[in-house]
Design a binder for this molecule. Structure first.
Ligand code: PNS
Length: 159
């Protein structure tokens, strides 16, 4: 069974993340969407909220599992027998850091390869921080965030 991991902070997940999930799930037997719990920056949404959002937006994709991890991604990949790490690339600016991480992860766990998936042009400009900025000022999140979780995102910024 070919298992891939799609790791991230997902604070919150966006249509860009969902697009990568849908396309990757078609390639692998199982895709584990892994939410990092020990992020350096303080997240806006709790781990439970981020997992809940991902579970709701992926509920119809039978081979996707949402999980959490802390520590090194290379170790987590070993633990769940994943041989592929999926990363989404939006712009060239993402590349240098991702390239460094891909090489490091392969050094730490030679059984794991990183595959980069280019984002669809519709989602190129999207990021979790942009989503939060828009939500803070009550702007429309249509076509940026799955409809199922939009209310939760606005709620977070409502006083
Ligand atoms: O959504 P993000 O914040 O860009 O995701 C970053 C993530 C979670 C993929 C990355 O920070 C990560 O893999 N963290 C775990 C620690 C680790 O293994 N670091 C890379 C090797 S030094």
């Amino acid at each position: 069974m070919k298992i891939a991991i799609y790791p991230g902070s997902f604070d919150p997940c966006t249509n860009g993340h969902l697009d990568v999930i849908i396309r990757s799930a078609k390639i692998f037997d199982k895709l584990v969407v892994a939410v990092l719990t020990n992020v350096n920056k303080v997240p806006t949404f709790t781990v439970a909220e981020r997992v809940d959002f991902l579970e709701r937006v992926t509920k119809n994709i039978h081979n996707v599992e949402v999980n959490t991890f802390s520590g090194l991604l290379a170790d987590y990949a070993k633990e769940i027998n994943a041989t592929v790490i999926i990363k989404g690339l939006r712009a060239l600016s993402d590349f240098e850091y991702e390239f460094q991480m891909a090489l490091t992860n392969n050094k730490l766990n030679p059984n794991v390869e990183t595959l980069f998936m280019t984002t669809s042009t519709d989602n190129m400009y999207l990021s979790s921080s942009i989503i939060k900025e828009i939500a803070k000022y009550g702007g429309s999140l249509d076509q940026m965030v799955p409809i199922e979780i939009q209310a939760n995102i606005y709620d977070k910024f409502r006083r």
